[in-house]
Design a protein around this ligand. Structure first.
Ligand code: UD1
Length: 340
């Protein structure tokens, strides 16, 4: 059934790809974004790709009056909540911003949803809540142990959502714990375009490949992994977007909070990722070894079994596709989205 879906943070990396999926599947999309780490150019690209418009509201979720007006203007059936800050290192430096924006934004959204009788929510969570664990792979019943403020805000939001579901049994919430989303839309029109120097490894190396940055710092080569660099479960952003679209279809399966990993169930080290991206680019990516980054853990790999058992859903795009698609976007948009 077509729905009217509010997508917070819909101009961001995962949000914009999810908007394309939703529009392609007949849903109406309303985006709220404050463009603090995204660009209106992404929204233009979404509409061009989908061949259909969405409605855009430039607002901060904590602006209760602005958010209320969005719910008054549109008959929202469900919400997908991405809007948040997401840099691990930055969260150690400015934790209060993370508490305020990630937790404050989520509670403001919940309150407004409640005021307007909207009870269906897909929440953007993170594998980082598992913290420093040596267990491989990780399933949803493994204990949480956030090692940085960013991860803690995601875990606290999951707990708040669980408490809200107990108080309001009509609520249905799905938290998707993504592992490491990278890649881009295969058209090359939509991708990752962070503001300032990238925090995450793939956009950093993509900017090295187009000459905007000199070389990739590799944070640590003395981890207990085969080549000494950290291992992550990279997942194509279009798979992540598809996972949200499918989650929406399953919101009514049962009430309460449900949690699912979104990952491929396979890991790649930083050096393996550099090699794969170099193959996509057609030349090696310059890098230098640096010390460990605070808050990093050696290895995080998903057990993707729960979501497959529940919905028959699994990832379909491999590391080669992730690198080729990310490179296509960066090559076609060397300076990111055009300023609008
Ligand atoms: C972190 C979170 C993840 C979250 C993501 C959002 C953890 C464990 N994971 O992912 O849940 O979704 O942020 O931003 O907190 N690296 C380099 N050089 C760089 C950048 C990164 O070597 O310039 C390495 C990192 O040490 C890490 C890997 O690349 O081993 C991936 O890093 P990154 O892309 O920043 O993601 P995570 O920190 O794994």
């Amino acid at each position: 059934m077509p729905e009217t879906v509010l997508v917070t943070g819909g101009a961001g990396f995962i949000g914009s790809h999810t908007c394309v999926e939703l529009l392609d599947h007949g849903h109406e999309v309303v985006v709220v974004d404050d463009f603090s780490n995204s660009s209106p150019g992404a929204v233009d690209a979404v509409m061009k790709l989908a061949g259909r418009p969405l409605t855009l509201h430039h607002a901060d979720l904590r602006d209760r009056a602005a958010l209320d007006a969005v719910f008054v203007d549109h008959d929202i059936n469900a919400v997908i909540h991405f809007a948040a800050k997401k840099a691990v290192g930055e969260s150690v430096r400015i934790p209060l911003d993370y508490f305020d924006i990630n937790i404050g934004g989520t509670t403001a959204l919940l309150r407004t949803m409640n005021d307007h009788g909207v009870h269906r929510l897909v929440f953007s969570s993170s594998c980082s809540i598992y913290g420093d664990t040596s267990k491989v792979p990780l399933d949803e019943d493994d204990p949480a142990g956030p090692t940085n403020p960013y991860a803690r805000t995601k875990y606290i939001c999951e707990q708040l959502l669980g408490d809200a579901c107990v108080r309001y049994p009509e609520m249905s919430v799905i938290a998707l714990r993504y592992f490491n989303p990278i890649g881009a839309h295969p058209s090359g029109m939509l991708g990752e375009d962070p503001t300032g120097v990238p925090n995450n490894v793939l956009p950093y190396m993509a900017q090295v490949a187009v000459g905007r940055l000199d070389e990739l710092p590799v944070f640590g080569n003395d981890y207990p992994t085969p080549d000494g660099t950290c291992i992550r479960d990279y997942i194509h952003v279009v798979d992540v977007a598809d996972g949200h679209r499918v989650a929406l279809d399953h919101l009514d399966d049962e009430p309460g909070l449900r949690v699912f990993n979104l990952g491929a169930g396979r890991g790649a080290s930083v050096l393996e990722l550099i090699a794969e991206f170099g193959r996509a680019v057609g030349r090696p990516i310059p890098y230098r070894m640096e010390g460990r980054r605070s808050g990093d853990v050696p290895m995080l790999i998903a057990d993707p079994g729960r979501v497959e058992r529940a919905w028959g859903w699994r990832t379909t795009r491999d590391l080669t596709a992730m690198c080729e698609d990310a490179w296509r976007f960066q090559r076609l948009n060397p300076s990111g989205y055009p300023a609008t």
